[in-house]
Write a protein that binds this ligand. Structure first.
Ligand SMILES: CC(C)(COP(=O)(O)OP(=O)(O)OC[C@H]1O[C@@H](n2cnc3c(N)ncnc32)[C@H](O)[C@@H]1OP(=O)(O)O)[C@@H](O)C(=O)NCCC(=O)NCCS
Length: 192
């Protein structure tokens, strides 16, 4: 169950978790989650861990406009917050003019906190934000073996719209990409 005080802040009731916009001070924890997936998983096909400066560039390229938001889910505590997941929107295909109402969506949850409903809360928050931004389509690219992520996206009405067979190679195997899409309710025809 979640309580929405505004689109900026969601408190996941009874779990002591809060979803809020990312800050520069979150980047180390974001990198920790992402670099673990680079080292051990196939959700990302990056093979080299991200440095702090790469993550900083990513943060500034997203926070330079408010149309590529980054949200984090943190667990509060008297000695400080623990970052347990993050989700963000990225311009699609380099933000070419005709793609301006489309974004790619991404969500990552720390392995210790998976299967507690947090990924779903974060992705739902991101979808609400996409609607607030009057976007039209969200796209998610997901490793075809990542059943958990495919089911998560389906649970929020994303549909499988295609597959790129064997465009990736990691850990000695060819990997395929499933493309999923969510058509948002907002009617963007006739916009400038
Ligand atoms: C995929 C990921 C974001 C899911 O987040 P999560 O917090 O673990 O998922 P939730 O607990 O919110 O699950 C919501 C629903 O998604 C589906 N789901 C999520 N993980 C699943 C899994 N491992 N197996 C089967 N179904 C799964 C279920 O339908 C689940 O509902 P249920 O628990 O009531 O059955 C998380 O596992 C993760 O960060 N994985 C590594 C990175 C990654 O794959 N990111 C996505 C890149 S596209």
């Amino acid at each position: 169950m979640s309580i929405h005080y505004s689109l900026e802040l969601t408190i996941i009731a009874a779990m002591d978790y809060v979803i809020r916009p990312a800050k520069r001070s979150d980047l180390e924890a974001i990198n920790k989650i992402y670099n673990r997936e680079i080292r051990e998983g196939t959700a990302t096909w990056h093979t080299e861990e991200w440095s702090v400066s790469e993550r900083l560039n990513w943060f500034f390229s997203h926070s330079g406009s408010d149309t590529q938001p980054i949200f984090v889910c943190v667990q509060g505590g008297t000695v400080g917050e623990t970052l347990i997941g993050f989700a963000y929107l990225t311009d699609y295909r380099g933000s070419r003019g005709g793609f301006r109402y489309t974004r790619e969506s991404t969500v990552y949850i720390d392995t210790e906190y998976q299967r507690k409903g947090i990924g779903k809360q974060l992705l739902s928050h991101l979808i609400e934000e996409a609607r607030r931004l009057e976007l039209h389509v969200l796209i998610a690219w997901i490793d075809s073996a990542n059943v958990g992520s495919i089911l998560l996206h389906e649970s929020l009405n994303f549909e499988r719209i295609g597959i790129e067979p064997e465009t990736g190679y990691k850990f000695g195997e060819w990997r395929s990409n499933v493309e999923m899409s969510l058509l948002l309710d907002f009617e963007s025809h006739g916009k400038s």
